[in-house]
Ligand binder design. Sequence first.
Ligand code: SAM
Length: 285
Amino acid sequence: MSEKKVVSETLYDGYAQSFTVTKQLFEVKTEHQYLEIVETPFMGRVMLLDGVVQTTEKDEFIYHEMMVHVPLFAHPNPKRVLIIGGGDGGILREVLRHQNVEHVTQVEIDGSVIDMCKEYFPNHSQGAYDNPRANIVIADGKEFVASCQDKFDVIIADSTDPIGPGEVLFTSDFYADEKNNCLAEGGIMVAQNGVPFMQGDELTNTYQRLGKLYKDASFYVMPVPTYIGGFMSLAWATDDESLRQQTAEQIQARVAGAGFETRYYNADVHVASFALPNYIRNLMK
Ligand code: SAM
């Protein structure tokens, strides 16, 4: 394809973002979804699954840093981490920056996403898939948690939206198996939970489902330009209610000892991200 074309994303009925595509780099119908990687002048390379934007080179750091560093700096001593989804490698990259993490298992349903992102988004994984602390499992996350015999201090669900293969990762059964079979005592689970302004029901459903399982079920937010409609929400659930109440000074003490730089995340942003505007609080019912 040599001429420029404009592509519109298809997640919402009647409202969309569109971007100029200068080159179609890759497309394939995998066993699970339609995978496309395109070159754009503004956001750099963009990956779409079933027509929905998943990640871009330009703003991925906001999403990946917030999904990883909020739970990993909130937890007093995370040693074992489980990632569900996350095939572009950005979550794994950020988790492995924490030197106190001894082991990471990543369960991704679609091996093609990992393979193609290694090739077309090398800065997402930055070699993380070759790290000896990482164990990659190609499987459905729901099936994995149903038979899991391992315990993890932090679980991060970086899934697609609750349509297609990602739908099962938003169900009560998945949340229950995840907690009962996989989460260590005092552990934290976080999950991609959509843009509340656009996907309000998703937030209400998750709140009700997690609220039945955990002493503390809430959300934290971040603005990611790619995920249109304002704040994106991340589900937060743990039985240790003190973890969400930590001050910026307490978080900063851990950040200072970590020995790496971030572009979006810091201790003040960490604490502030739990402050929810009323239109989001009102969806927590
Ligand atoms: N950041 C994106 C967003 O906000 O929508 C999502 C990133 S993308 C890496 C999500 C990944 O979840 C994809 O690689 C997809 O293959 C994977 N996935 C979807 N359903 C899954 C399932 N049931 N089990 C494991 N991985 C799944």
